[in-house]
Design a binder for this molecule. Structure first.
Ligand code: SAM
Ligand code: SF4
Length: 339
């Protein structure tokens, strides 16, 4: 069957599928989950590897999707994750994983062998006490070791994501960038989004891209890298990028910002999402979901699945409305949707 582009009403072609493999997590980051009381999706409602593979295959073979990212919750909490990775690697598309890396030392080698090439690791602070306050877990040492394990296992690139919150970790922007330069990993700062479980998000807590770049510019010479296309990050190259590369730290020669709130990139968005319980979403901030699991489990054909996906993509909106009176916070948090 010829590839048939999935194009939304605003002319954007869908190329990137984000798959959440679990809603469970070993951390409780304050900007993502409550300390207690998360209602986990019952295991019987979580998609099996066979179901995930079937949906992913349809996206790749019928709709020409060429990128898959595995996320969660914490994806490494899903038992036998390398089995899924090898099934998806066989589809031959670019595949990446987002993880908090607390247990990555145990998983890195097997995931790499299974065919995973790229990994994004979350790290919001280099201060152990602050790390414990932000994640409610005293795991900084193991996360730093997880980053080393990713590099040793040959993942490339390894990118580090930090959510920046005013008055919490915005004093560490330069320190985190320095860490990326020294370890040879690309540091990316994410604007704080209203997907926290507590619902305490305030616009004033967002440290916007301009401010982040201004702080970085006080410490480093930065040259903008043109046109990000559909990629969410704007990127800058350090003035001494060639010297970093010569020292074997070329992976840390760039720094990025994901400016979801202050400079939304919705106009170029090519992403769709599948939650761990098989709900299909066309945007992180959408309030509507389409029940892929029901089609899978009621004996639906690939044509039935494709019809549901096409119908859903036909509802993809122009963009989120964060900061406007019309914004409605999604019922589910980042960990439940799959960030
Ligand atoms: N557990 C994995 C991790 O933390 O990397 C993967 C899932 S997590 C939901 C994916 C990403 O979403 C992480 O980089 C995390 O920092 C980010 N995230 C979670 N809540 C957020 C929020 N309210 N605003 C911005 N980013 C957020
Ligand atoms: Fe877990 Fe990732 Fe959410 Fe932190 S951001 S609570 S590590 S899912």
């Amino acid at each position: 069957m010829a590839v048939q582009d999935l194009v939304d009403p605003f002319g954007r072609t869908i190329r990137d599928l984000r798959i959440s493999v679990t809603d469970r997590c070993n951390f409780r980051c304050t900007y993502c989950m409550p300390e207690e009381g998360m209602q986990w999706v019952p295991r019987s409602e979580v998609l099996t590897f066979e179901e995930i593979e079937r949906v992913a295959r349809l996206f790749v073979e019928r709709f020409g999707v060429d990128g898959i990212r595995l996320t969660g919750g914490e994806p490494t909490m899903r038992a036998h994750l390398p089995v899924l990775v090898s099934k998806l690697a066989a589809l031959g598309v670019d595949m990446a994983l987002t993880t908090n890396a607390a247990t990555f030392r145990h998983h890195a080698h097997e995931l790499r062998e299974a065919g995973l090439r790229r990994v994004n690791i979350s790290l919001d602070t280099l201060d152990r006490e602050k790390f414990e306050r932000m994640t409610r877990r005293d795991e900084l040492v193991r996360v730093l070791d997880g980053i080393d394990a990713a590099l040793e296992a040959g993942f490339a690139p390894v990118k580090i994501n930090a959510v920046v919150q005013r008055g919490v970790n915005d004093d560490e922007i330069v320190a985190l960038a320095t860490f990326g330069r020294e370890r040879g990993v690309e540091m990316r700062f994410i604007e704080f989004m209203p997907l926290d479980a507590s619902g305490h998000w305030l616009h004033d807590d967002v440290v916007g891209q301009d401010e982040i770049v201004a702080r970085l510019s006080e410490a480093f010479e930065l040259d903008p890298v043109p046109a990000r296309g559909a990629a969410p990050a704007d990127r800058w190259r350090y003035g001494d990028a060639d010297e970093l590369a010569a020292k074997g730290r070329g992976g840390g020669a760039m720094v990025g910002v994901i400016p979801t709130v202050t400079k939304p990139f919705c106009g170029d968005c090519d992403r769709v999402r599948l939650t761990a319980d098989g709900q299909f979403r066309t945007c992180l901030f959408e309030t509507r979901e389409f029940d892929v699991r029901d089609v899978l489990r009621s004996g639906g054909s690939d044509d039935d699945l494709a019809a549901l996906i096409e119908r859903a993509v036909g509802t993809k909106w122009a963009g989120h409305q964060i900061g406007q009176v019309t914004f409605v916070k999604p019922r589910r948090t980042m960990s439940q949707i799959g960030g």
